[in-house]
Design a protein around this ligand. Structure first.
Ligand SMILES: CC(C)(COP(=O)(O)OP(=O)(O)OC[C@H]1O[C@@H](n2cnc3c(N)ncnc32)[C@H](O)[C@@H]1OP(=O)(O)O)[C@@H](O)C(=O)NCCC(=O)NCCS
Length: 190
């Protein structure tokens, strides 16, 4: 899967024990982005609790990393037994890295992960004035329907195939190798 990302950037799944990186990323979001991400104003404490909870659930988080710092994230959150085969996606990118294709790349990975886990419907909730997210969702043929001032994008996911599973595995191993190389070069520099 070829992605054009800002220089030095890599997308990979978050590993166990990296919750702090995710928390710091969300806390660094500027006020407007934070408001858009959570569809309203939320406190630092809310974010700390939210990320802590994420660590304990069956959630797939892809991160966009630059020099080991997480600068973007995409969550894939199953909606639970009552909504089988449905999940929610949420994306955040720190301001200096916005409008460089990072959100699109994160959503592409999340859609692939959703497909391979058998989710047929992916919800994306965002505010009605969030043009950027709506534009991004449209790129992936999301059907947008208005819902009490918010927008719910629903993406029908294709069925998993051996090739789609292989694509996710290849992305994972590429992300792992890149992270190891980066760690090694940082240790050499130290
Ligand atoms: C929404 C968000 C995730 C998009 O990430 P991004 O990295 O900026 O997105 P991309 O660079 O991949 O751009 C996606 C599309 O948005 C559009 N876009 C980019 N910058 C834009 C801008 N300033 N205004 C309007 N649309 C814009 C582009 O049309 C682009 O599509 P294109 O590649 O066909 O031109 C990011 O802006 C963000 O984190 N916002 C705050 C949190 C949020 O709103 N999350 C969504 C709710 S879950």
């Amino acid at each position: 899967m070829h992605e054009v990302l800002p220089e030095g950037g890599v997308i990979r799944k978050l590993w166990i024990g990296e919750t702090a990186k995710y928390r710091e990323h969300v806390l660094r979001l500027d006020p407007d982005s934070r408001h858009s991400r959570f569809a309203g104003g939320v406190s630092d404490d809310f974010i700390r609790n939210y990320v802590e909870l994420t660590a304990g659930l069956d959630i797939v988080v892809h991160g966009f990393f630059v020099n080991g710092m997480m600068r973007g994230a995409a969550e894939l959150r199953p909606l639970g037994a009552r909504f089988q085969r449905q999940a929610e996606a949420a994306i955040s990118v720190e301001k200096p890295w916005q409008s460089h294709g990072v959100g699109s790349a994160l959503l592409r990975r999340t859609l692939l992960a959703a497909r391979n886990r058998g989710f047929r419907l992916l919800h994306m909730a965002c505010l009605a004035d969030n043009q950027r997210m709506q534009q991004l969702a449209r790129k992936f043929d999301a059907e947008l329907s208005f819902d009490f001032g918010g927008v719910v994008g629903e993406v029908e996911s294709s069925r998993p195939t051996p090739l789609s599973v292989m694509r996710e595995m290849m992305s994972d191993s590429h992300g792992f190798a890149t992270a190891m190389l980066e760690l090694q070069s940082r240790m050499l520099r130290a």
